[in-house]
Ligand binder design. Structure first.
Ligand code: DOR
Ligand code: ZN
Length: 358
């Protein structure tokens, strides 16, 4: 049987939970899900209570991740509507980037007006990425700030044809932007909400088949740089609430879904590897550590089932789908971290990729 080797896959967009939301998932459980999904490392978002918007909250999160993580990791700092820019010089060296929520999301972080967004763009030190949640008209608003400040800006989970058109033009103009899309926007549409119900609800919401087609075109032509899971576990009980919380898990299904697209001729293998490994590493200025790679059996197929998942939430919007490509082994810095369905390292094995002085 052939083995596919992918060097150091990195998911730059996950919500690991823990802290006040440990009932949804812990740093140990969700980084185990990352290894099971084939990832070397993940970058964690700041919208979990307490939000990562001040040095104390950052210290708390760094300490808990240091103790609990089984894969390598970095964390984002969050931009706050109540001005928190004064601490940026002090924190920027210890995080992977700044996350700016410009449209409503899970939790309390939202930058509601353009002058506030501009203050964050001005204050954030160049050299660390700005990642933005921007939908629809807000994409254009953020592009105006990129044009003014020329700081590298990563557009997370882009989901609409119009947004893709704006970003394709921004790249042609030479603006320092990168683009991420999620597996749920690539493999599901608004029609799937009929059957998935709350399990198909996330932000940005699922879109039309035409939007989905635009994302696939943009994958092929290089407009999209990254496929990011936006792994956002909520418990099944919470998903039964009205309204349900937004978000779906994705760490364990992203790589197999992409390899299935490769097998079906919808994507080249080279592009798939660029989207989950080479490009995310480049955008965040990371080198693959020596002897860090994932072994995948590309000729094994299986049906996605909740019983097999490591994520604490225990469900997936892709349940029942047959995928090709089983993660067999994840080697991190020469050590087997995951093999044949089992995590082989202890909590605390994972390293902070953005520790100062590293
Ligand atoms: O669906 C989402 N869930 N979108 C986000 O932007 C946040 C995430 C979460 O944290 O649950
Ligand atoms: Zn997210």
């Amino acid at each position: 049987m052939s083995t596919l080797i992918v060097p150091a896959p990195l998911d730059p967009h996950v919500h690991l939970r823990d802290l006040a939301w440990a009932h949804k998932g812990t740093f140990a459980s969700e980084t185990a899900a990352a290894l099971a999904g084939g990832y070397w490392a993940v970058l964690d978002m700041p919208n979990t209570p307490p939000p990562t918007i001040d040095p104390a909250a950052l210290e708390t999160k760094l300490a808990a991740l240091t103790a609990g993580a089984v894969c390598d990791w970095g964390v984002y700092f969050g931009a706050s509507q109540d001005d928190n820019t004064a601490c940026y010089p002090q924190v920027a060296g210890r995080v992977c980037g700044l996350k700016m929520y410009n449209n409503a999301t899970t939790g309390t972080l939202l930058l509601a007006d353009q002058p506030t967004r501009e203050a964050h763009f001005r204050a954030w030190p160049a050299g660390r990425v700005i990642a933005v949640h921007a939908e629809d008209q807000t994409v254009a608003d953020i592009l105006a700030l990129v044009r003014r400040y020329r700081k590298h800006t990563h557009f997370c989970h882009i989901s609409m044809a119009e947004e893709i058109a704006l970003l394709r033009a921004a790249k042609a103009e030479g603006l320092p932007v990168s683009v991420g899309v999620t597996p749920h926007h690539l493999f599901l549409t608004e029609r799937d909400v009929i059957t998935l119900g709350a399990l198909g609800r996330m932000k940005p919401e699922l879109k039309t088949a035409a939007d989905q087609a635009a994302l696939w075109d943009a994958l092929a032509d290089g407009t999209v740089d990254v496929v990011e899971s936006d792994h956002a576990p909520h418990t099944l009980a919470e998903k039964e609430n009205d309204p349900p919380p937004s978000g779906v898990p994705g760490l364990e299904t992203t790589v197999p879904l992409l390899l299935t697209a490769v097998r079906e001729g919808r994507l080249s293998l080279e592009r798939a590897i660029a989207l989950v490994a080479t490009n995310p590493r480049r955008i965040f200025g990371l080198q693959a550590p020596p002897e860090t790679y994932t072994e995948i059996d590309p000729d094994v197929s299986y049906v996605i089932a909740r019983q097999a998942l490591f994520t604490a939430c225990g469900w997936s919007p892709f349940e029942g789908m047959r995928v090709w490509g089983r993660v067999r082994r994840v080697v991190v810095r020469g050590q087997t971290a995951f093999e044949d369905g089992q995590v082989r390292v202890a909590p605390g094995f994972g390293r902070n990729l953005f520790a100062e002085g590293v």
